[in-house]
Design a protein around this ligand. Structure first.
Ligand code: NAD
Length: 499
C-alpha cells in the first residue's frame, strides 16, 4: 500500500496533513508524509484547565460506567486494527505483524481495564479500638499527562489512558514528535468511542502535538498531578526532578539494558530463537530489546556460531513485505548512533559481526542496517550504555555468581532473563540476590511482555509501573478511613486525654 493510501485508510483528510510546522517522515523510505499543526505552548493553560473541569465531572461517574468508555474504545480498536497497525508500520517502520501486535496490546489493556473498573478494591483493616472500623478507599487523582516515546507510539498511551480513565482521571497525551500521526489516528478512534458513550465531559481525553517544550508545560503544571513519561533516561532525568519539585507524582518508564544469562544446561535451540527475536525484533528498538548476552564459557563459541548463522539469514527490508523480519531504524541519526557505538566497542577490544549499512534490496531513503553481534572482552562503558539499535554484546562467564554480578552491573534495571534447566539457578535468579530488574524471566526472552503483569524497571529505568497487576494504584490517591460506630472516643496506643 502507498503511504497516501495508508493515511486515507486511517481516516486522515489532506487538510490535516498539510500546512503545519511538524514534518513527519516515514522511516521506510524517508518520505515526507505530512506537515502537522503543532500545539502552541500558550494553549497549554487552557487545555489543562479543560482537563481539570473534566476531572470534576468524571470523578463522580461510577467506575464501572467509566469502564464502559474503555470497553467501547476496545471495540473501536478491534474494528480499526488493520488500519492503525499499518499506520504504525508507516510511521515507525515496524514490520506488519509487530504493527498489528501493538494495536492488539491496546485492545488487551482495554479488556484488562474494563475488568478493573469493577475491581478497584480497598482493604478493611482491624482496628485496635472497640466499636471502630478501618478501611482504605481509592479516589481519582486528577489529570494524567502522558508523554510517550516513538517506539511504542500508541500502546504506551493505551496502557496509561485505559487505566487512568477507569480510575477517574482525564488524560492529556503528548506523543513523540516523531509519531504524531498514529496519535492523531488513535484520537479519532477514541472520539468514536466517546460519541457512542454519550455523556463524557468535554476535554476528558486530549492530544497535544509538539516537542519537549509541550511536554515541559505538562511537567511544570501543578494542575497535572500525574506525569507518566516514557522515553530515554536523559528525558527522565529532567522530568522526574521537576515533577517532584512541585509535589507531583511521576511514573517513569525509561531506558533499559536488558541481559540474558545462558547457562551450560540451557536448551540452546530455544535460547537461539529467543535471542534472535528479542535482539533484532523491532530492529532493536524496544525498551526491552536484548542488548547483553552473558554466556557460560563452555558454550560461548557454539552459541556465537549459531547466532552468526541465524543473523545472516534474517530478511532485512521493507517492513510492509510479509517476509521481512527487520525493518528500518527510525531515522538516520539512529543509524549513526549505532555505527558510533560499534566503533567505540571495537576500540574497547570488541569483535564485531554484522552491523553494516544495507542499501540493496531495501527501499531507498530509509536507515536499514544489519543487526550486530559484538563479542566483548569485558563489560565496558559502551556495553553499559543503551544504544537504541540492534546491537547485541556477548560476554562470557565462569561461575553463576559472576553472571549475576555482570547482569546487575549496569545503570539500567528494566528486563532480564536466564536460560537454564538447572532449578537452583533458575530460582536463584529470581531471588533478592538475583536479578535487580523490574522484569526477570526464565527460559523466555526479555521482551514482548503481556499486559497482565506490572511493567517497568528499577534504577535509571525510573521505578515506574504501568499496565497490569496493581499498577492502577499509581493513578489514584489512597485514603485511610477510621469509622467510630461506638458511643465512646478511645484514643489509639492507650493515650489518655481526659478533661
Ligand atoms: P525520548 O526521551 O527522546 O523522547 C520521549 C518523549 O519525551 C518524547 O515525547 C519527547 O518529546 C519527550 N521529551 C523529551 N524531553 C523532554 C522534556 N525535557 N520534557 C518533557 N518531555 C520531553 O525517547 P525516544 O527516543 O522517543 O524513545 C526511546 C527511549 O525510550 C529509549 O531509551 C527506550 O528504552 C525508552 N522506552 C522505555 C520504555 C519503558 O517502558 N521503560 C518504553 C518505550 C521506550
Amino acid at each position: 500500500m502507498t503511504h497516501a493510501a495508508t493515511l486515507t485508510a486511517a481516516g486522515f483528510t489532506s487538510a490535516e496533513l498539510t500546512g503545519g510546522t511538524l514534518t513527519v517522515r516515514s522511516p521506510i523510505d524517508g518520505a515526507e508524509v505530512a506537515h502537522i499543526t503543532e500545539t502552541r505552548v500558550e494553549e497549554m493553560g487552557e487545555i489543562i484547565a479543560l482537563s481539570q473541569a473534566a476531572f470534576r465531572q468524571w470523578r463522580e461517574v461510577p467506575a464501572p460506567r467509566r469502564g464502559e468508555l474503555v470497553r467501547l474504545l476496545g471495540e473501536e480498536l478491534r474494528a480499526a486494527k488493520a488500519e492503525l497497525g499499518a499506520l504504525v508500520t508507516l510511521e515507525v517502520g515496524k514490520i506488519t505483524s509487530e504493527g498489528l501486535g501493538e494495536v492488539q496490546e491496546m485492545i488487551d489493556i482495554c479488556d484488562f481495564a474494563v475488568g478493573l473498573s469493577r475491581q478497584i478494591y480497598g482493604l478493611t483493616i482491624a482496628s485496635e479500638r472497640p466499636g471502630h472500623r478501618m478501611m482504605e478507599t481509592w479516589h481519582p487523582m486528577g489529570p494524567c499527562g502522558i508523554i510517550s516515546a516513538f517506539n511504542f507510539p500508541v500502546a504506551v498511551w493505551s496502557w496509561n489512558a485505559a487505566l487512568a480513565l477507569v480510575c477517574g482521571d482525564p488524560v492529556i497525551w503528548k506523543p513523540s514528535e516523531k509519531t504524531p500521526l498514529t496519535a492523531m489516528a488513535s484520537m479519532k478512534i477514541m472520539e468514536r468511542a466517546l460519541a457512542r458513550f454519550g455523556d463524557a465531559p468535554e476535554g476528558l481525553v486530549q492530544l497535544v502535538i509538539g516537542g519537549p517544550a509541550i511536554g515541559e508545560a505538562l511537567v511544570a503544571s501543578k494542575d497535572v498531578p500525574i506525569i507518566s513519561a516514557t522515553g530515554s533516561t536523559r528525558m527522565g532525568a529532567i522530568v522526574g526532578p521537576k515533577v517532584a519539585a512541585r509535589w507531583g507524582r511521576s511514573i517513569l518508564e525509561l531506558g533499559g539494558n536488558n541481559a540474558m544469562i545462558v547457562a551450560p544446561s540451557a536448551d540452546l535451540d530455544m535460547a537461539v530463537r529467543a535471542i534472535v527475536f528479542s535482539a533484532v525484533g523491532t530492529a532493536g528498538q524496544r525498551c526491552t530489546s536484548l542488548r547483553r548476552l552473558i554466556v557460560h564459557k563452555s558454550i560461548h563459541n557454539e552459541l556465537v556460531a549459531r547466532l552468526t548463522k541465524a543473523y545472516a539469514s534474517l530478511p532485512i527490508g521493507d517492513p510492509r513485505v510479509g517476509t521481512t523480519l527487520i525493518g528500518p531504524l527510525v531515522d538516520h541519526a539512529s543509524r549513526d548512533r549505532m555505527l558510533a557505538a560499534l566503533a567505540a566497542a571495537k576500540a574497547e577490544g570488541g569483535t564485531v559481526h554484522g552491523g553494516q549499512t544495507v542499501s540493496s534490496g531495501v527501499p531507498q531513503g530509509g536507515a536499514y542496517i544489519a543487526p550486530a553481534l559484538v563479542e566483548m572482552p569485558a563489560q565496558t562503558a559502551t556495553v553499559k550504555t543503551e544504544t537504541f539499535a540492534p546491537i547485541l554484546y556477548v560476554l562470557s562467564y565462569d561461575d553463576f555468581a559472576e553472571a549475576i554480578a555482570l547482569q546487575n552491573d549496569v545503570p539500567q534495571g528494566l528486563s532480564s532473563c536466564i536460560f537454564t534447566l538447572n532449578l537452583r539457578e533458575a530460582e536463584a535468579f529470581l531471588t533478592a540476590a538475583g536479578s535487580d530488574c523490574g522484569i526477570a524471566n526464565v527460559n523466555i526472552g526479555p521482551s514482548g511482555a503481556e499486559i497482565g503483569g506490572a511493567f517497568g524497571g528499577e534504577k535509571e529505568t525510573g521505578g515506574g509501573r504501568e499496565s497490569g497487576s496493581d499498577a492502577w494504584r499509581g493513578y489514584m490517591r489512597r485514603q485511610t478511613n477510621t469509622i467510630n460506630y461506638s458511643a465512646h472516643l478511645p484514643l489509639a496506643q492507650g493515650v489518655k486525654f481526659d478533661f
